[in-house]
Design a protein around this ligand. Structure first.
Ligand SMILES: Nc1ncnc2c1ncn2[C@@H]1O[C@H](COP(=O)(O)OP(=O)(O)OP(=O)(O)O)[C@@H](O)[C@H]1O
Ligand SMILES: C=C(C)CCOP(=O)(O)O
Length: 269
């Protein structure tokens, strides 16, 4: 069974401090992944004893990718042809990727990097091509591939941002993933995006239509060039399998086979 897991950039970095890893949160995520791979329950929140075998991890940009992309005026739609911009954004993301890999390796997870800039592109209609033969083969050989949001070549634009959420959706389809999880800073999609009312907001259990929740879907409360929660829900609704959005407290439960947080279920599921 193949599982695609996104570790949100807002989880593994400190959103208010540029290019700063959130060490304790990254450690929690890495140890939950390690425990799930060895069949345990991670931090104790719901293990069933079934080991997660084929696991692909994708991480987002957080305070590494988004401020750099915003500084160069680059989004998923607006590109740059400035090589210094490409290097700044890609370089920030590969730096974060090294931190994520290091923590996973420290926990004994056989994590190896896969960098989208070297493999993916968008055509002039913005249609994405993301080859995944290397990811499948790495999985078959026992590795845990770790991809990340990045910049990629985009016909007519130079390079644009490829979000981790887009990567999750593409990988899930191509790898026939049965489990798709997005771990963010919120316990799920909340029924209010207004920060003042978040304490009273409750988690929406299931979403099957964008229009039903469009009113409550906002961007991100951190710098974000890829659409925040609205972008996430849109990408996940297009999948052939249900996907879950949850927070770090629920990561072990997700890896143990549960569906914590919000389940995103498009029409066909
Ligand atoms: N209705 C909503 N429910 C929950 N969160 C919402 C909602 N509307 C907007 N948000 C925002 O979406 C954010 C999560 O999206 P964000 O893109 O920041 O997460 P991420 O994927 O963890 O980070 P990154 O994009 O850096 O990888 C929340 O922190 C919150 O600010
Ligand atoms: C900003 C960059 C380069 C990556 C964005 O990925 P995301 O955080 O998953 O949206």
């Amino acid at each position: 069974m193949t599982t695609v897991l996104k570790l949100g950039g807002s989880v593994v970095t400190e959103k208010d401090r540029d290019e700063t890893v959130d060490g304790p949160e990254l450690d929690r995520a890495a140890s939950a992944v390690a425990a799930a791979r060895s069949g345990g329950g991670g931090d104790g929140s719901g293990g069933t004893g079934d080991a997660v075998d084929d696991l692909v991890i994708v991480h987002g940009g957080g305070s590494f990718g988004h401020p750099n992309a915003a500084g160069w005026g680059v989004t998923t739609e607006e590109g740059t042809r400035d090589a210094d911009g490409v290097l700044a954004i890609h370089g920030a993301m590969t730096t974060l990727n090294k931190f994520v890999l290091r923590r996973l390796r420290d926990e004994g997870v056989p994590a190896v990097p896969v960098h989208p800039l070297s493999a993916a592109h968008r055509d002039a209609d913005a249609d994405l091509t993301l080859p995944t033969g290397q990811v499948r083969t790495l999985l078959d050989e026992g590795f845990v591939p770790v991809l990340h949001g990045d910049v990629i070549a985009h016909a007519g634009e130079g390079v644009t941002v490829l979000s981790g959420d887009e990567i999750v959706a593409e990988l899930a389809g191509q790898l026939d993933a049965e489990r798709v999880g997005v771990c963010s800073t919120v316990p799920g999609v909340l029924d209010a995006d207004d920060e003042d009312s978040v304490d009273e907001a409750s988690v929406i259990a299931e979403i099957s239509s964008f229009d039903d929740v469009a009113d409550v879907l906002g961007g991100s409360d951190a710098t974000d060039v890829s659409g925040g929660m609205a972008g996430k829900v849109r990408e996940l609704l297009a999948l052939d399998v249900p996907a879950s959005i949850f927070d770090l407290d629920a990561l072990s439960a997700f890896l143990a086979g549960e569906r914590p947080g919000t389940t995103i279920r498009g029409d066909e599921k």
